[in-house]
Each structure stands twice: as C-alpha cells, then as structure tokens.
Design a protein around this ligand. Sequence first.
Ligand code: PLP
Length: 385
Amino acid sequence: MSSHGNPEKLKVPYLDLKPAIVPLMPEFTAAIKSVIDSCAFCLGPEVAQFEAEFAEFCGTAHAVGLNSGTSSLHLAMRAHDIGPGHEVITTPYTFAATCWAISYVGAKPVFADIQRDTFNIDPRRIEEKITPRTRAIIPVHLYGQPCDLDPLINIAEKHNLHIVEDAAQAHGASYKGRRTGGFGTMGCFSFYPAKNLGAFGEGGALVTNNAALADRIRSLREHGSSKKYLHEEVGYNYRMEGIQGAVLRIKLAHLQEWNNKRRRIAQRYHEGLSATPLRLPIEQPHSKSAWHLYVIRHPERDKLKAFLENAGIGCGLHYPKPMHLQQCYTSLGHKPGDFPIAEEAANQCLCLPIYPGLNDEMVEYVITTIHRFFADGNSFSGITP
Ligand SMILES: *Cc1c(COP(=O)(O)O)cnc(C)c1O
C-alpha cells in the first residue's frame, strides 16, 4: 500500500449533505421562519401539508407524520395489535430498528435468510418460519432496492398475515411501476438526515390505504388520544415537528431528481467496476431502486476499505454484523451459520459514496482507485467473490 496516497489530494466524503441543501437555502430559511411566526412547532399545518403530499407521492390514501422511522415501525406493530406471544418474520440483515419494533411490543423477531443477489429477505425461506403465533412479515427494501413483493403478498394472504414494509431506505423506489410503501397494510419511512429524503433532524412517517389504521396511528402518536385529555389507549409522543414538515415539503419536490442523480452514479459505478473481481449490486428487472446505498462485495473487504480510506475515499459498512448474532438478541439462541447468506453479506459488504452532491470527478476517482487496488496486487484478484 506504499505508493498510494492521493496525488490529486481529492477527498471523497462518504456522505456530504451540504451540496444538495445549499441551493435551497432561501426556501428553507423562509419556510422555517414561517413556522416560527406561526408557532406551530409540533404537527401543525406544514406537517399536515407534508402528509398529504407524501401520501400522494407514495400512492397511498394516508400518511401520518412521526418523529422517526423507528417510531413508525413501532406504531405499525401496535396498530396491528401485535404483542407478547406473537412472532414477526423479518430479515436478519437490516438496521436494528426493524427488530426494535418487534421487541418493543413484546413479540419475537423470527429471521429468514436473504437472497444473495438482492440482499433482501428470500420469499422461499418464509413459509418454513410461519407458526400459529406469526402475525406479520416486515420486508425491508434494503439499500433502496424493493423486495420481491408479489410472492410475499401471496404468502401473507395465504396465511392471513400483515405485511409492514420497512421502506426507510426506499423513498421513491418502485416495484412493477408502483412506489414502495403502499404494498403492505402499512409502509414505514424514516427521514433521518442521511436517508434519500432527510429532515433537519429526526423524522418519520407511516403510510397506509386503511383509514381506520391511519386514525389509530394518529391517536397513538399523540398519547393515545384523538380528543384532548381523553386517552383511548396508552400512547406515545411520536409527533413530527412543524419545522421538519416544512423542510420535508421543500425537499420532497426534489426527491425524484435526487434519486435520478443517485441512479446515474450507480450506473457509472456499474460500468466502471464491471471488469473488477467485485460483486456489484443489481437491480431487479421489475424494480427501480432508490439507490440509497451502493454496496459492493469482496472477500477482502477490510483491505479494500483501508486502501480506499488511505486514498481519501470514505466508505461505510451497512451492516457488518447481522441481527441474529447481535448481543442484544443472544436470548434468541442463534449461532454463526444460521443465516449463511446474511453472514456472507455482512462479511463482504462495502458501501461506496453515493449521494446527490457527489460529482463526476469524485465518482471517477473512486473507480480508478478501486482499479488500482486490484492492479497493484493488493488482492488475490483472480478469484471472483
Ligand atoms: C433508518 C432506518 C430505520 C430507522 O429510522 P430512524 O428514523 O433512524 O428511527 C429503520 N429501518 C431501516 C432499514 C433504516 O434504514
């Protein structure tokens, strides 16, 4: 690794939110000022407007603004009356919050391994996990790539299960021409700043076509109350803030354009890296990924990561340890080897920079640096992962 440094002194941050924000600064300041003027800090008209616009974007009848994606998954479990003694099937290869929702209500997460090519839950592994206690499936559209939803919907219908989509990474992704979020009984979104649609702080939303479920979620997010000081059930303070609603409205208008930028970067990576021994991410023919992350795989991931970082390129690990092997879930009794495809992905995954503010020069620099890694014999490059 001796000669490498970074001759051009180019730095490629793993994520930089600033370039997409700066051109919209006047809009953000005006919108935030108007929320301050109105003092509608929690929920309020900007959140209501955002809910209407986001529901329309997702092609659903309702959207409910919340304070995080974790909250939206939690409320989806509550609204389906999932609790102790119940099981919910999901993927072990996801961000922890997917599983928190199941654990928060006292239910048990039951894992099904992923597909090697898409990183998403394998529909063929689900039915063997269904028991009389199973209530729901949470498919996660990981990295923005929609799960293969039709087989999942068939299984859910056959066994009378709910589908709660974890679409926290898939704003604007589509499956067979329809946007993610509207396929399940509920769809859960996060507006954490790093997501494709990110707030200026925490935020989330739940979308659904079911009016009764939407009402229940609205009540649950406000202390289990649909009439002030009358509490139908034990609820939460999971309201979206007014400023976040105002910011998200402005950003939503640019989401498609930003997703298209991500798509072009993914295409360029794909062309530029196809001659390397890396396993590259694919897009299923019936789907359009939101390209939240661009995740390559290689058995010498750690060496490649160090090489890229040494060259000034930030990279990420989403996720280096699958949920079934996390300390918090030792009580589930899993061991290495239980979900081999998820474990392989965790050991080999490496996320390259992908965001609207990434410029062409940076993308080319990432590509040439990866070629240099293999050309310099840093890897046993003859072996295909
Ligand atoms: C980000 C994320 C969440 C949680 O969202 P927060 O807004 O951070 O609470 C849940 N699931 C997945 C897959 C995520 O990426």
